[in-house]
Design a protein around this ligand. Structure first.
Ligand code: ATP
Ligand code: MG
Length: 343
């Protein structure tokens, strides 16, 4: 029996270059040797984004997955909310999860801080648009946000995934998943496989502002950005703070632009590094070169993307839903049996 991998992404925006190197590149390789499940994590998207206008992202995300090389014949590609067992199992898992485990999750605290930061627009419980950070901020932190790691555990264990390829930001959640599995198995007998996280070579890409590149932070270079947009974003990148004038000696090892050169394969890396350090190469020329590298990679990606229609994506998701539901419902039977529920 082949081992299984599973991973997902939230429809909170278009995919970005952090996804390409932190997630998709790994997903594509893994589908060769594993039974692979990849999904649009739409229920998760509501933890910090109550917008009801996400439909286009579903299609855009799946197009990016396919353009990056996912093969729907080999990978099961589906939408989380179309497999109701995800939410169902999360309810059962929540019974076996101590509150303190989710409360102490470091990303829960980070998420609250982000939500309260200015500019995060959400909707309060009366359905009115409001800004997190103003007087309705208490309504913004939902139970769903707190229990995010439980739903994530459900996503994984429903398919007995052995490995979960994720970026660095998700590793803390995965640790909680492993603990929940151990506790559930201890309480109700061997039911789930304990999953392991898999990081890529580049598990955390920073955006032009040096924060983690994130759909929700508005600091992304999206996979469907055009060359002029890429150029503008790269030009805004924060570089070595000690290289103020063009001919000041720079420190490529701490510069985000140089990291991009390395990751995305700009030619003549050694020359760029030496000329930056000696002061021959200024940041403007260096960034222009970086923008060209990205534009080339992304224009090839976009060519593949543009060949895909929404109808084709819908058909792929329909097939994925059927395959996912088959596995998920069999697993739910086992869960209910082990918990002593009538089936
Ligand atoms: P959001 O802001 O809505 O959380 P996101 O950009 O963080 O969006 P997710 O859908 O949460 O994207 O993440 C999908 C996968 O991509 C996860 O495995 C995550 O760890 C990985 N990932 C996201 N951002 C990066 C990044 N900047 N570098 C590397 N991997 C990333
Ligand atoms: Mg995220």
């Amino acid at each position: 029996m082949r081992k299984k991998v599973l991973s997902g992404t939230r429809p909170t925006g278009d995919l970005h270059i952090g996804h390409l190197i932190g997630a998709l590149s790994n997903w594509v390789k893994l589908q060769e040797d594993y039974d692979a499940y990849y999904f649009v994590a739409d229920i998760h998207s509501f933890t910090n984004n109550l917008s009801t206008d996400k439909k286009n992202y579903y299609y855009s995300i799946v197009k990016d997955m396919l353009a990056a090389g996912l093969d729907p014949e080999r990978s099961t590609i589906f939408v989380q909310s179309e497999v109701p067992e995800h939410a169902e199992l999360a309810t059962y898992l929540s019974m076996a999860t101590p509150l303190s485990w989710v409360e102490r999750c470091p990303t829960f605290k980070d998420a609250i801080r982000d939500l309260k930061a200015k500019g995060v627009v959400t909707r309060d419980s009366r359905g009115q648009d409001s800004k997190a950070g103003d007087e309705v901020q208490e309504n913004v932190v939902s139970v769903g946000l707190l229990s995010y790691p439980i739903l994530m555990t459900s996503d994984i264990v429903l398919y007995d995934a052995d490995f979960v390829p994720v970026g660095k930001d998700q590793m803390a959640h995965l640790e909680i998943s492993r603990e929940i599995v151990r506790r559930f198995n201890h309480l109700f007998g061997e039911t789930f496989v304990e999953p392991e996280g898999l990081l890529t070579k580049f598990p955390l890409l920073l955006g032009p502002d040096r924060r983690k590149m994130s759909k929700s932070y508005g600091n992304c270079i999206a996979l469907n950005d055009e060359a002029d947009v890429i150029n503008k974003k790269v030009m805004s990148m924060i570089t070595d703070p000690e290289k103020i004038r063009k001919d000041d000696p720079g420190h490529p090892e701490i510069c985000n632009v140089f990291t991009y050169h390395k990751i995305f394969g700009t030619p003549e890396l050694d020359r760029i590094s030496a000329e930056c350090a000696s002061g021959e190469l200024g940041c403007v020329a260096c960034k222009r070169n970086c923008a060209q590298t990205l534009s080339k990679i992304l224009s090839e990606h976009q060519e593949k993307r543009n060949d895909l229609s929404d109808e084709e994506i819908r058909r792929i998701l329909d097939r994925g839903r059927e395959k996912a539901r088959e596995a998920a419902s069999a697993k739910m039977d086992k869960v209910k049996k082990n918990m002593g529920l009538i089936i």
